[in-house]
Structure formats: structure tokens, C-alpha cells
Design a protein around this ligand. Structure first.
Ligand SMILES: Nc1nc2c(ncn2[C@@H]2O[C@H](COP(=O)(O)OP(=O)(O)OP(=O)(O)O)[C@@H](O)[C@H]2O)c(=O)[nH]1
Ligand SMILES: [Mg+2]
Length: 680
């Protein structure tokens, strides 16, 4: 049994812009609590959290990483995450496993793009949020201004719980204390401000407070937790991960004020799928049956597949027999682990609220619910709205005979990151991997080589164009074939109509009086869906079309399934001819970040690529971010061009946005290319 109980656990995700100091901060916390002897550094590649050799060579976290520490009877599970936006799949996934998201802000850089994005994400997920202002040791940062900026941007609930003092070498608590010297603000005013904010969530307490009565520590504590849960309060702490200023106070904050698993908002579990899903709650009790959620998969070179899960109720031991999702057959845990960066150690018990891992169970997948009662069948944690990866590379093995190795490597990599997808296009015999950016792809190729020993060649993948129609039309086809013995006969009348973008395909059967027998209607639909998959004019799948079959004819002997498949297919093609067929292209939203001086060149260049600029944002440190919607097809060489236009200083990320019609010249070209291929 562990020495701590559920109420002693604190689960904290450290998130924030790249370079804000999350990994260094985790290191400082581990050292301060005694979990580690000497502090490693990101530069030397000796931190607990950046344990992967590729992370060490890039000096950036490229995946989420977990370590725990014990401090004054409390057990703290820390999840360090990658700040580089390409790697936000695992970062967002980590946020589902914690009560508290700590958004780390670089004191010099101030609010950065990822700060906003992550604050918004954590709020959407109803997580308790706090802000850690790091790097207070560096001279020349305006901390007063930063606090004001945070309040302006994220609301008046952002309030310091401590303040830097003694020339930024330490911090002073202003939640429990009312007096003391500090470097910024008056401590007593900061104290009043935060107490005011906290008591606002509880009317009774507020009255007591206004009447000047002393509030007990318990009263304040429970109001504080409520304010955190409701997003009414976002406490701010100051630290320097380098000098250690504020680190002990941060540990104190975690142990005294951060929510335990019992105090956070309840995890958003549902039972069932899609529209049938209903909210269910977990108990948090150690004696109930097990409910746990897998939020991370890693393929460790030594132990193989490692599945990391958070327990919501019940107790897991090496003897536990757990079911994966709706599987009928359980697996035996065998060995239960606790994780410390790249290492793991065996434990005998996992209690509610804790984070543990099992190794070598191949059937477990990211997002699986592990449980030991059929009561928890069809349980899911409310899914995250992950960005859709749009940066694609088609890959082939360099050497022949390595195809199986490549496919295994891709499968393993896909298991680990919900924002990394692998698609295989049978028709082109093309394997395409998709991620959130160029850097992501580069690192994935390195991983493939280092971990799985596969070398590949890459090229830009085909763009996933789509076809649709622009107006309603009628279609008809009579299929009649007489070859020797039995003939084929089928006749179909249908009408088609465009649907709203993104609504997909709908098939409506309005045949009356059995002019097409009901058992042959599926054959008609089959003929139509064949065309949907293959496209009518350019070889790309069709979308957003409604087809109504309303009449036909059949022959009692010659009307077999195949006849109606063919008739349906040709009637549909006949209708499409008159329905103004239109090719659509994927449009992505890009954020391009460059030094100010290049802004003009970059927006000009984007405009030349058919981009629609939707906004620009000045960042501190002379950087600017340009937001634009742009056809994916215009970005195939953008990485190289951006680097050369900005002397290597520009970067961009993209996300799928929507489909738009292609310009007519592009449509003509695509049709021509398709015809030429067809004739071949
Ligand atoms: N002066 C100073 N430097 C710091 C402090 N914290 C971190 N750094 C430095 O800032 C750089 C980035 O720190 P990391 O800990 O790697 O930042 P991160 O947030 O983990 O970055 P990603 O992994 O890319 O998301 C490193 O060179 C650290 O040594 C601090 O408190 N003071
Ligand atoms: Mg890091």
C-alpha cells in the first residue's frame, strides 16, 4: 500500500509556451522535495523529464513526461508537457488526467500564443487553472505589468497568492499572510484582493467576511477550492526554476491549496456513444470496482509498450484482471508501475486518483477505459477536440524488403500521439503520415530511424480534393443486357441536390408501388456509393449530396442485384452531369510567426499563395504572428520558402479548417489529368 491516500494526491500538468521553463521547473520541484539529488539541466540533457535522446539533442520536450514526488505527506504527480505546438497532441491528452493545469509563463516574454491557447483549452475542460510566472531571476522583466496583462486578458480572477520579495530572491505568501515587504504590489492589498475574490463564491462566507468576522482556515480552504473549480479564481505564483526562488512556496501551494482528486471538477465520463451517451460519475472510492483511463502510450525500448492510466475509482494491483473498453476477456495486470521520467519502478497498489502504468499489453489503446465490471462497459471519457493534422508526407522504405518494419514503426508511432495519423491509399499504393507541422515530421523520421531502424524516402502527398455538386438535377438510366441465356434489366429514376458543406451523403428512398422491389433498393444505393467513393469528374471522393430515388422499372426474371447496381450508378452519373459538379480543396488555418521586420514580405508571399489573412498579433520580443486561411495545396514548399524569406527565423503551424471550391483553372487541370490517366 502507498503511504498516501487519495486526498493526499495532487495531479498537476505543467503546460505553457515552449521555453517558459516547464522542464527546468519540474526538475527544481523534484530536487527541492528530495525526489532527486542534484538538479539536471536541459542544456546538458540531464533532466528527469526530457529523458528521450532526441529531446536531449533538441533541448526541447517533444512528448509529455511524468514524475512524482512526496512532500509533507502529499504525493504529487507532475506531468511535464511539450510547449512546441506540433506536439500538442500528448499535451492535450495529459490535461485529461489532472485536476490542475499550471500554465507556466516566461516573465520576460509575457503572454504568448500558447499561453492563450492552453488557458482556453483548460477552461473548456473545466480544469482548475493556475499561472506560474517563471524566470523571475532574469533582470528587466516588468512583473507588475505582466500581472496586469494577465488580468486584462484572462479576467480579474487572476490573482497572486504570493509575491516576489527581497530583490526577486524569494517570494512571500499573501493568501494566509496579511503583511510583509515585497518587490511588487502591497502584500496587504494583494491579500485583500484574493480573499475578496474567494469569498464571492459563497454568500454566507461573504456576509461573515463583510461583517469583519474572522474566517477559519477550513472555511477559506473550501471556498478556495470552489472558486478554482468554478474558474472564478486563477491563482498566480512566482518562481525561478534556476535560483530556486519560490520553489518551496510552490510545493506548499500544491499541498495546501491545489485540489486533491476529490476536490477537482468531476471527470466528464459518459456511458454510450454519440447521441446516446449519458453522463456518468465515478465515486473515487477505493473499494468500488475499477474505472481507469489510458491517457498515454509509450513504446519504451526496454519494456516495450507502456500504457499510462489514471485511476478514477477502485484499487488496482498486480493481481487485478482488467477489461479494456468493451472487450469480453480481461488481462492480468501482472506488473504495476510508477513512472519517474524515463524510468519506472514496480508498485503493489494503485489507488483512486493516482497515475500508474502497465507494460506489454498490446490490446490497450490510447483513450481506452480499463475496468473490472461490465457495469462500466461503454464508459468513455468525454473526447478531446484534437486539432486535425494536415501536414502530410508520403513515405516509402529506402531499401526493399523493409515494408513490414516501416508499417510496424508507423503503427507504434501512431499509438503514441492522437495527432499523428497514418493513411494508406490503396489505389496509389501510397502511405501518408500526417502530423501538426514540419518539425514534427522531421523528428518522427529521426525516431523511425533511431528506434525502429527504418530509413525512408519522402515526398509531398496527393492533396485530398473532394467533389460535390452545385445545383439540383434529375438522372435516369435503363440498364439492359441480353447475352445468350439470362439477361440483365434495371431502370432507375433519381434526383440529386447539394447539401450544406460538411453534411455528407444522404440516400432517400421514395419509390412507391414497388416499381423497384424493396430488396433491390440497397443495390441502387450501392451503385451510387461506388461513384461517391471514386468521384465523377476528377477521381476524388464526393461529399455533401442528397440522392432521392423515386421511380424505376424491373423485370421479374432479369432484374438481379447487379443490374440495379449498374443502373443506380449510371443514373447518378447522369444526374451529376447536369448538377454543376465542383471540385473542393482543403483549406487550412495557419499561424506564421516571424520577426517583425519580415511581416511585409510574409503577408505578400501568403497573398500570392491565395491566402486570406484573418489577423496579426504582435508578440513580445519583436515577433509577430500572422493568421491566415490558405489552400493546403499552396503550402507544399512553404517550409523551405519561409526559412529562406526569414533567414531561418520563421515557423508555422496549421490545422484543417474547411473545404472550399477550387478556382476554375485548377478544376480544369484536375479534370484533364484525370481523363489522361483514365485513358492510359
Ligand atoms: N534564467 C532562467 N532561465 C531559466 C529558468 N527556467 C528555465 N530556464 C531556461 O530556459 C530554457 C528553457 O527551459 P525549459 O525548461 O527547457 O523550457 P520548457 O518550457 O520545458 O520548453 P519546451 O520543452 O520546449 O516546452 C533553458 O535554457 C532553461 O535553462 C529560470 O527560472 N531562469
Ligand atoms: Mg520542456
Amino acid at each position: 500500500m502507498p503511504s498516501y491516500r487519495t486526498k493526499d494526491i495532487r495531479n498537476i500538468a505543467l503546460v505553457g509556451h515552449s521555453g517558459s521553463g516547464k522542464t527546468t521547473l519540474a526538475e527544481a520541484l523534484l530536487v527541492k522535495s528530495g525526489a532527486k539529488g542534484e538538479a539536471g539541466t536541459v542544456e546538458r540533457g540531464s533532466t528527469t523529464m526530457d529523458h528521450d535522446p532526441i529531446e536531449q539533442s533538441y533541448q526541447h520536450s517533444l512528448d509529455s513526461s511524468i514524475a512524482s514526488l512526496d512532500y509533507q505527506g502529499m504525493h504529487l504527480n507532475l506531468i511535464d508537457t511539450a510547449g512546441i505546438p506540433d506536439f500538442r497532441g500528448p499535451t492535450l491528452a495529459a490535461m485529461t488526467a489532472v485536476e490542475t493545469t499550471a500554465i507556466v509563463v516566461n516573465a520576460q516574454a509575457g503572454i504568448e500564443q500558447s499561453t492563450r491557447r492552453l488557458m482556453r483549452r483548460a477552461k473548456q475542460r473545466r480544469l482548475c487553472r493556475m499561472i506560474i510566472i517563471n524566470r523571475i531571476d532574469v533582470e528587466g522583466s516588468d512583473l507588475t505589468q505582466l500581472v496586469n496583462d494577465l488580468r486584462e486578458e484572462f479576467g480579474p480572477g487572476c490573482l497572486p497568492v504570493n509575491l516576489p520579495a527581497e530583490n526577486l530572491t524569494t517570494v512571500r505568501d499573501c493568501f494566509f499572510h496579511t503583511e510583509g515587504e515585497t518587490d511588487i504590489f502591497s502584500l496587504s492589498e494583494a491579500h485583500d484582493a484574493i480573499i475578496d475574490q474567494v469569498v464571492e463564491v459563497n454568500e454566507e462566507l461573504m456576509e461573515k467576511f463583510l461583517e469583519g468576522e474572522e474566517l477559519t482556515r477550513d472555511e477559506l480552504h473550501s471556498a478556495f477550492e470552489q472558486a478554482l473549480r468554478e474558474g472564478h479564481l486563477v491563482p498566480i505564483c512566482f518562481v525561478s526554476a534556476h535560483t530556486g526562488a519560490g520553489i518551496k512556496e510552490l510545493l506548499d501551494f500544491f499541498s495546501q491549496l491545489a485540489p486533491s482528486p476529490r476536490e477537482g471538477n468531476p471527470p466528464p465520463f459518459v456511458k454510450g456513444e454519440g447521441a446516446d451517451a449519458v453522463a456518468v460519475s465515478t465515486t473515487g472510492n477505493a473499494n468500488d470496482h475499477v474505472v481507469a483511463h489510458v491517457f498515454k502510450i509509450t513504446n519504451d525500448p526496454f519494456v516495450g509498450k507502456l500504457c499510462v492510466f489514471r485511476i478514477y475509482q477502485g484499487t488496482v494491483s498486480p493481481d487485478s484482471q482488467l477489461l479494456i473498453g468493451d472487450a469480453r476477456k480481461p488481462f492480468k495486470v501482472g506488473h504495476l508501475f510508477q513512472i519517474q521520467g524515463g524510468k519506472h519502478s514496480e508498485i503493489d497498489t494503485g489507488i483512486p486518483g493516482d497515475i500508474c502504468a502497465v507494460a506489454k499489453v498490446d490490446e490497450i489503446y490510447y483513450d481506452a477505459v480499463l475496468h473490472d465490471s461490465h457495469d462500466a462497459d461503454r464508459y468513455h471519457l468525454k473526447p478531446l477536440d484534437f486539432p486535425e493534422p494536415m501536414y502530410g508526407l508520403a513515405v516509402n522504405t529506402k531499401a526493399r524488403g523493409q515494408e513490414q518494419k516501416l508499417s510496424t514503426a508507423l503503427h507504434r508511432l501512431q499509438e503514441e500521439d492522437p495527432c499523428f495519423l497514418v493513411e494508406h491509399n490503396q489505389e496509389l499504393n501510397e502511405t501518408v503520415m500526417r502530423g501538426l507541422g514540419e518539425l514534427y515530421m522531421r523528428i518522427t523520421l529521426e525516431r523511425m530511424q533511431e528506434r525502429y531502424n527504418v530509413e525512408v524516402t519522402t515526398r509531398p502527398p496527393r492533396i485530398a480534393y473532394r467533389e460535390t455538386i452545385t445545383r439540383a438535377a434529375e438522372g435516369h438510366h435503363r440498364h439492359k443486357k441480353q447475352t445468350g441465356g439470362a439477361g440483365q434489366f434495371g431502370e432507375v429514376f433519381l434526383r440529386i441536390r447539394p447539401k450544406q458543406r460538411g453534411e455528407g451523403f444522404e440516400f432517400i428512398d421514395k419509390v412507391v408501388g414497388g416499381s423497384i422491389p424493396y430488396n433491390l433498393i440497397p443495390a441502387v444505393e450501392k451503385g451510387i456509393t461506388q461513384v461517391l467513393g471514386e468521384g465523377a469528374i476528377s477521381g476524388y471522393a464526393m461529399q455533401d449530396i442528397e440522392v432521392t430515388v423515386y421511380d424505376g422499372k424491373y423485370h421479374p426474371v432479369d432484374s438481379k442485384e447487379i443490374a440495379f447496381v449498374t443502373a443506380g450508378r449510371h443514373a447518378f452519373l447522369d444526374a451529376i452531369k447536369n448538377a454543376g459538379p465542383q471540385i473542393l480543396e482543403p483549406i487550412v488555418s495557419v499561424d506564421v510567426t516571424v520577426p517583425d521586420a519580415f511581416m511585409g514580405d510574409i503577408t505578400g508571399n501568403l497573398a500570392g499563395r491565395r491566402a486570406r489573412i484573418s489577423g496579426t498579433e504582435s508578440l513580445r520580443g519583436g515577433q509577430v504572428t500572422i493568421q491566415a486561411d490558405i489552400p493546403l495545396s499552396s503550402l507544399s514548399d512553404y517550409h523551405t520558402e519561409l526559412k529562406s524569406l526569414t533567414q531561418g527565423q520563421g515557423s508555422y503551424t496549421m490545422e484543417f479548417s474547411h473545404y472550399d471550391p477550387v478556382p476554375s483553372s485548377v478544376q480544369q487541370e484536375l479534370i484533364k489529368a484525370y481523363k489522361a490517366k483514365d485513358e492510359e
